[in-house]
Write a protein that binds this ligand. Structure first.
Ligand SMILES: N[C@@H](CCC[C@H](N)C(=O)O)C(=O)O
Length: 276
């Protein structure tokens, strides 16, 4: 059997995390491709690497995103902040832009935090996407029996360049997310599957836990934090800005009233760099 990582030989990589959401970032700026098998091998936590997402830094510069199961994603907020941090280290300055599968992203840095403008949330049923017409995506029509079984209310739906279902619960920490995450992720209402979050209020902001599409439970999900703030503001539970605490750290999310864009700020960490 051939080694799926052989085509990456000689390429630089970085292992980074954003609020605990971890990535193997591969420098593909002078060409080279990431195969699905290579992405799976890098994502496999029982192998020599292991991460939530594999990120290709490609010519542009721009980023491509693969989940640990090898599927490609349209957005990754925490990886966007890590890519911005790498580019800031290379280029200097306080503001930069780079490409992503869902469009150009703008980033800035101040006081050790990296902020990325994640663009406007998309709230129409076709945008998320859903498999059936829904008038208002603030409460998605999942089967009542399924919701009752897990003590859930209908979730809000949001696309941040990737699909999210956000459940508001009394206590996110006490909610057995692993028991229903896979069922919701793969439910027929979501033809492209979805990321599944549970959110509750706490002193100083919101508590968030996420079951990521193509990954499972993560220590943080940046686009889920954006989807959470948008959904909480739409439901009148918060204003347009909040601290959102994930297992691995806190993100600060603002839904800018003027631009309609969602801004996400938080810590990033370089754990290791090397060459394959
Ligand atoms: N960790 C990410 C989201 C990664 C992609 C997601 N699993 C998907 O398939 O949409 C983030 O920080 O946003």
């Amino acid at each position: 059997m051939t080694d799926p990582l052989e085509p990456l030989e000689g390429r630089p990589f970085w292992i980074m995390d954003g609020a605990g959401n971890d990535f193997v970032i591969v420098d593909l700026r002078d060409g080279g491709t990431m195969t699905t098998d290579a992405a799976r091998a890098l994502g496999d936590r029982s192998g020599p690497y292991g991460c939530d997402q594999v990120i290709g830094l490609i010519e542009g510069p721009a980023m491509r995103i693969w989940n640990a199961d090898g599927s490609e994603a349209g957005a990754c907020g925490n990886a966007a902040r890590c890519i911005a941090s790498l580019l800031f280290d290379e280029e200097g300055g306080e503001i930069l832009r780079f490409g992503s599968p869902s469009g150009e992203l703008h980033a800035s840095r101040a006081s050790g935090q990296i902020e990325v403008d994640m663009g406007a949330p998309r709230l129409g049923w076709r945008d998320i996407p859903l498999s059936e017409a829904v008038d208002d995506t603030i409460a998605l029509p999942l089967p009542p029996g399924l919701l009752q079984r897990h003590g859930l209310e209908p979730p809000a739906g949001v696309s941040m360049g990737n699909p999210h279902a956000v459940f508001f619960v009394t206590d996110a920490e006490a909610t057995d997310l692993a028991a229903f995450g896979p069922t919701i992720e793969n439910h027929a209402l979501f033809p492209e599957r979805c990321n599944v979050s549970v959110v509750s209020r706490e002193d100083g902001g919101l508590r968030l836990r996420t079951w990521e599409r193509g990954v499972g439970i993560t220590r943080a999900c940046g686009t889920a934090a954006c989807a959470t703030l948008v959904s909480a503001a739409r439901r009148g539970l918060t204003g347009r800005s909040s601290a959102i605490r994930a297992d691995g750290g806190t993100l600060h999310i603002t839904w800018d009233e003027k631009t309609g864009h969602v801004l996400m700020a938080g810590p990033v960490q370089l754990r290791r760099k090397g060459v394959f």
